[in-house]
Design a binder for this molecule. Structure first.
Ligand code: AP5
Length: 216
């Protein structure tokens, strides 16, 4: 089953995509993670994306479309995938639609995570990441056993560069301008499912699993 996770920064798309993929054996394709991997590996795409991401802007549609199409084509034999943070503009959504039709890949649903700005800012400000596994923590909501280090590797956790307060505000503005129109785009196609995402992780996960069972 193939899904899109849509929603503002900090809504929990990455956290819950990881949990669902683990439970159902499908694959998470997170556009932000793939771009950050390219930056770390020093690829040409990474060099083009680095400053754009640091400013909280969107990387160009053409670059992201090509990157995601390649990732999807690489998933031979997978039981399904979650596109996390892609598409993020109407242009990306239209290109993806054409690509999926051409490749005969069905899209089951688009899950729209919704949370208030206060919750989003709080979640992003407290987010901490394991630099080895990419596991996502929160200083209060999902703390590690030992402060500041990952539960799996005891390596120091990191703060994403774009989780700095001014950049968070800019990312939210970019979301409202460029990504929010996708909610109506997919609603009109009958694919959209709204998920209130303000609850704690176990309760949001319960809602998602129920929805997943219903859709598949
Ligand atoms: P990306 O990495 O995709 O960032 P984002 O969309 O801004 O989303 P986040 O990863 O910040 O939030 P999330 O919803 O995944 O929340 P998370 O689960 O981590 O993109 C980064 C950048 O890359 C973009 O700004 C852009 O430059 C570029 N980019 C990416 N995709 C692109 C595209 N398609 N086109 C162009 N450019 C693109 O959770 C956040 C925190 O909350 C965590 O600390 C977590 O522990 C906590 N939390 C999560 N769920 C809960 C819960 N239910 N209860 C309590 N706490 C929770």
């Amino acid at each position: 089953m193939n899904l899109i996770f849509l929603g503002p920064p900090g809504a929990g798309k990455g956290t819950h995509a990881k949990m669902l993929c683990e439970k159902y054996g499908i694959v998470q394709l997170a556009a932000g993670d793939i771009l950050r991997r390219n930056i770390k590996e020093g690829t040409k795409l990474g060099a083009l994306a680095k400053d754009v991401i640091a400013r909280g802007e969107l990387v160009s549609d053409d670059l992201v479309n090509d990157m995601m199409f390649e990732e999807i084509q690489g998933l031979k034999g997978a039981k399904g995938f979650i596109l996390d943070g892609y598409p993020r503009t109407i242009g990306q959504a239209e290109a993806l639609e054409k690509f999926l039709v051409k490749e005969k890949i069905p899209l089951a649903a688009v899950i729209n995570f919704d949370a208030s700005e206060a919750v989003l800012v709080d979640r992003l400000s407290g987010r901490r990441l394991c630099q080895v596994t990419g596991k996502i923590y929160h200083v209060r909501n999902m703390p590690t056993k030992k402060e500041g280090v990952c539960d799996c590797h005891e390596k120091p956790l990191v703060i994403r560069k774009d989780d700095e307060p001014a950049t968070i505000r800019h990312r939210l503005k970019v979301y409202h301008e460029s990504t929010k129109p996708l909610v109506e785009f997919y609603r009109k196609k009958g694919l959209l499912h709204d998920v209130p995402a303000e609850g704690d992780a176990p309760s949001v996960q319960k809602v998602l699993e129920k929805l997943f069972e219903k859709i598949r």
